[in-house]
Design a protein around this ligand. Structure first.
Ligand SMILES: [Mg+2]
Length: 214
């Protein structure tokens, strides 16, 4: 079995959302400083690009020719960036999962690795697939899921994928992967998936064996 985990708001939850919001403020700052937008324009543009292109970078590349490393070097800098807390419970949970574990993120590697280190879970994973792995293409573009299958040497129901964004689960479902929505409102969201969790730490032994069996 191969387990794939999104990083932001999946491996750490909305209870630690300040981690992502601190990065979002840097993204907004990039749009102000490098693209000459007002704060209001920058904030609206960040949201618009994320929903239309999957990531802010997606829109910046297509519409403005922004170089990915230039963008990530800018947004990953600064003392104000927050990290998720160390979690012995996550170490125990991740190590209890049968099979191989990888991170599958739309971020650049250094952002996710910094957070894994902070949580103490770096060694729980065999590797990190980041946006650079896919030549700066990102979830939910179907081709990146096909590439992941090649990279992990598994396919279909042998892959279990956890993400907080319903739109990222859809292409995985189409490939027959088992999908887990991790979101505080998951129970009331009308999303087709194999399991809904409020928080990663709600993944219990019964759910794990059902996912592996099913
Ligand atoms: Mg996420």
């Amino acid at each position: 079995m191969v387990w794939l985990f999104d990083y932001d708001l999946t491996l750490y939850g909305f209870d630690e959302g300040e981690v992502l919001w601190s990065l979002d403020r840097n993204i907004t700052r990039f749009l102000e400083v490098r693209m000459g937008m007002t704060l209001a324009e920058a904030d609206a543009t960040r949201r618009e690009y994320c929903s239309k292109y999957g990531t802010t970078l997606g829109g910046l590349r297509v519409l403005h020719g922004v170089q990915p490393h230039d963008y990530f070097d800018f947004i990953h800098a600064g003392e104000q960036l927050k990290k998720p807390e160390f979690s012995a419970a996550k170490i125990a949970l991740l190590n209890s999962l049968p099979g191989e574990r990888y991170v599958f993120t739309n971020a650049r590697r250094d952002w996710a690795e910094r957070g894994l280190e902070s949580m103490g879970i770096t060694s729980c994973f065999r590797g990190v697939f980041d946006i650079e792995t896919f030549a700066w293409n990102s979830k939910p573009a179907p081709q990146v899921y096909a590439q992941v299958e090649t990279l992990v040497g598994a396919s279909g129901a042998n892959i279990i994928f956890l993400d907080d964004k319903p739109e990222n689960l859809q292409p995985a479902r189409e490939l027959g992967w088992k999908t887990v929505l991790v979101h505080p409102e998951a129970a009331t969201m009308d999303i087709p998936c194999d399991l809904k969790l409020k928080h990663l730490l709600d993944l219990d032994a019964q759910a794990i064996s059902a996912l592996c069996r099913g």
